[in-house]
Structure formats: C-alpha cells, structure tokens
Design a protein around this ligand. Structure first.
Ligand code: NAG
Length: 437
C-alpha cells in the first residue's frame, strides 16, 4: 500500500523520464497464492556445504508459469550455476543466504526472458555471498552474482549482493523495471561492477553500492532511465559507458547521487565511436573525497580507440553539484573533453560548487565542449583543451556527509553481510519501506 501510494505521487511529480509504469504487474501475494515452490521440497538442503543449484532449477521448472520459487531463511552452498529462462508471472523469494562454493566463471544466477517477475527478500535479509576475496587474493576473477536479461515488468529489491568474484548485478536489455532497497558491497578493485544496466523505462532508486568500480552505470543502448537516491559509498563511480560505435542513449536522469571515497561523481566515457548520448540530466550530486567530479571524457584512454569520429553528446544538463574532490589541481573537478570531430553541444553546468580538500584552487578543463556554465565554450567548431583556474571558494560547497560512510573496504579478506540501510542521500527518504522493517 505504502508502495502504491509512493508510486502515485512519484508519477505526478516526475515527468518525461519514464515512459510508463515499472515493476511486476501482479503482487507477491497473488503469485504465492498460485503456487509456492519451496526449494526444500525439491531436494534443496539448508547447508553451506550442499549445492542449492539443482533445487533452484527444479523449483523454477515447477513454478515458472506462475508462482514463487522460495528459498527459506538459512544458509545454502551453491556450486553449480543456474540459468532460468522463459518464466512468466513468477517470483524468486530469497530469504536465505546463498554462499558461492563453485569456482567456475559465468553467472551464479542468470534469469532471462521472463515477464511479470519479482526478485526479493520478504525479510530484507536475503543475500548472495560471493566470497570473491578467495579469488581476489590469488589475483583472479570469477563468477558474476546475478544477471537479468530481456526481462519485462519486473523488480529487484530488499536483497544484498556481497563480494562478487566479478560483477554484482547486471540488467541487460530489460524494460519496465524497478530496483530498490538493495545493498551491494564488493571488494576494493576494478572489474567488480555494482549495477550495470541497459534497456528502457527503468527506475533504480534507493540503492547503496561499495566496490572499486561502477556504482550504477548505464550501458548502451538505453533510454528513459531514472536513477535516483544512490549512495555510492566507496566505489569507482557512477558512469555512462564505456561507449563505442552505435551509441544510442537518451533521456537518462540521475538525481540525488551521493559519492564518497570514489574515483568520480559521474563519468561519461568513450574513445572514438559514433552515435549519440542526448537529453540527459544529472542533478543534485554530493561528493566528498573523490578523485574526479564531473568527468566527460571522449578520449578515455582505458578504452582502445573505436572506429568513428566520436560519440555525439548533446543537451546534457548538470545542476546542483556540491562537495569537494581530493585535489582539484591534480584532477580537475570539471573535466569535459569532447571529440574534436563531434563537439558537444547544448551542455549546461549550473549551480556547481565543487571545491578541493587540499590546496586552495581547482581547475576546470573543457575541450570542444559548447554550452553554458563552467569552462564550456560559446559558438561552434572545435577547440583544444582549455584550463580555467578557480581560486574563489564557491559558496555552499560544504555539503552534508552520510553517517554510514565507509572508512575502508577490503579486497583479500572476507566481507561480512551488513544490513540494508534506510537512507541513501542526505535528507531524502526512501520511496518504499524495507519489507523486513
Ligand atoms: C533536453 O533534454 C531535456 C531532458 O530530457 C528535455 O526535457 C528537453 O526537451 C531537451 N531539449 C531539447 C532542446 O531537446
């Protein structure tokens, strides 16, 4: 009920971003009333040394045309990965904790081609513990935890995805989805992405991510996404990309993003390529102790140069950014470097108050970037990177911090399963209550 009311008010205030409703089309209760496929009835055993994989597949086969696959509270080992394809009107209720014991790569749980689907924990404690540290201390990667592809009308919520050997949550080519009240905590190195998403009409809100790579990142192609109330608590950064040929991204809004101890507050990254990123808004960002702030890099050297004159960036607005970067002369908090062959147009940088934690000046760097605000150029054509040195402390830069800001993040030792938080941005209330509250 709370959720239905929240949705109603949400649709009246947010215009244009989503193209319609998101989430499953029937309730959890309705799905449970049809059928419950408890994995304990399908040869599943609540033991960290057993393998829950085959029981999940059997329970799915019994419930995939309508019903709920249920993993009751308890500890479960998992050594064989599952691919659950073609379900409808079903839910995966994860109230237990699944511990990775197998060593293959791939996806521990891959759900594809489903409609009207919900993945959740009714007690807000269901988790997948990837024990990635076991591989990371040997310098290796392994399985991704949860991948959803080609899912329509769905939600993922009230779960924890911990210490993935590789990515945590990947939503590929999904539509009409909602992800919320979810906590992701991975090891402190690159390649352990938090949430990667492509598709259309999705609302991702009230999530916390800690790792050393993507927080909530838009992949190509994507349209009409609302990414809101995101707590990037020690991580690589929110991003769009990396982008190459055939880029087709529009109508993305990031709103209320809090980043601490991260590589950047927002990065849009490409190197060569073609296609367009347009009509996007990035508003209400708070950052502390990050390396970069606003970073649009169309010469991103970590990606090999792609064929094409460059991705075209047009009509992107960045407004109300507050906080500080670690060292504003070493890495410019405004860094907007566009392709010379395809200059950026219609950019807007408004109400930006990003200061530095060391030193007493910051740099703004722009290249072939046109629009209003910061160092953006007027007119058209291309221009070499120009640097503005800002020595006046901007007013209002000193934004609030969050109580749960992490001081460290391990990589080669076990990451314990925390509890899902109840706040994701200073002063903002989550849209839905935790189910287990
Ligand atoms: C720019 O993008 C915003 C946000 O999507 C949109 O509302 C606006 O109509 C766009 N402006 C133009 C000129 O296309």
């Amino acid at each position: 009920m709370y959720h239905a009311l929240a949705l109603l008010s949400f649709f009246s205030v947010v215009t244009g971003q989503l193209t319609g409703r998101v989430g499953p089309t029937t309730t959890r209760e309705a799905k449970r009333a049809v059928k419950v496929c408890n994995i304990l009835d399908y040869k599943g055993v609540a033991s960290k040394t057993a393998d829950i994989g085959p029981a999940i597949v059997s329970a799915f086969n019994a419930c995939k045309s309508g019903g709920t696959v249920y993993v009751p509270p308890g500890d479960y080992g998992m050594s064989t990965w599952v691919s659950l394809s073609g379900g409808k009107d079903w839910a995966f209720q994860l109230d237990g904790i699944i511990y990775r014991t197998g060593s293959q790569s791939g996806n521990m749980i891959h759900i594809e081609k489903s409609t009207n689907f919900e993945f959740y924990s009714s007690i807000s404690k269901g988790a997948i513990q990837g024990n990635g540290y076991e591989l990371h201390k040997a310098g290796k990667y392994g399985a991704r935890l949860l991948r959803l592809s080609q899912i329509t009308d769905f939600s993922v919520h009230d779960i924890l995805l911990i210490d993935a050997p590789q990515f945590h949550l990947f939503l590929a080519s999904c539509t009409n989805g909602e992800v919320y009240n979810t906590l992701i905590r991975g090891g402190s190195e690159g390649g352990l992405d938090g949430i990667d998403v492509s598709g259309s009409n999705m609302w991702i809100h009230d999530v916390e991510v800690s790792n050393r790579d993507e927080c909530v990142t838009i992949k190509n192609p994507s349209h009409n996404m609302l990414i809101e109330q995101i707590y990037c608590n020690w991580f690589g950064g929110c991003a769009i990309g990396s982008l190459g040929t055939g880029t087709d991204i529009s109508n993305i809004v990031y709103d209320k993003v809090y980043s601490v101890n991260s590589n950047q507050m927002m990065m849009i990254k490409s190197n060569g390529g073609d296609g367009t990123v347009k009509d996007c808004v990035f508003r209400n960002f708070i950052g502390h102790k990050n390396a970069y702030g606003l970073d649009l890099d169309a010469h991103w050297s970590s990606l090999t140069l792609q064929p094409g004159q460059g991705v075209e960036y047009e009509n992107l607005t960045f407004s109300n950014w507050k906080g500080s970067v670690s060292d504003g002369t070493r890495r410019a908090p405004v860094n907007v470097i566009c392709p010379d062959g395809k200059p950026c147009t219609g950019l807007r940088i408004e109400d930006l108050s990003l200061w530095t934690e060391s030193g007493n000046k910051v740099l703004w760097k722009c290249g072939s970037a046109f629009g209003t605000g910061a160092c953006l150029g007027k007119g058209s054509g291309s221009y070499a990177v120009s640097t503005v040195t800002v020595t006046a402390t901007p007013t209002g830069w000193n934004a609030p911090t969050m109580a749960a800001d992490l001081a460290t993040l391990p990589l080669t030792t076990s990451i314990s399963i925390p509890t899902i938080g109840t706040t994701y941005y200073p002063g903002a209330t989550p849209y839905s209550k935790l189910l287990g509250a």
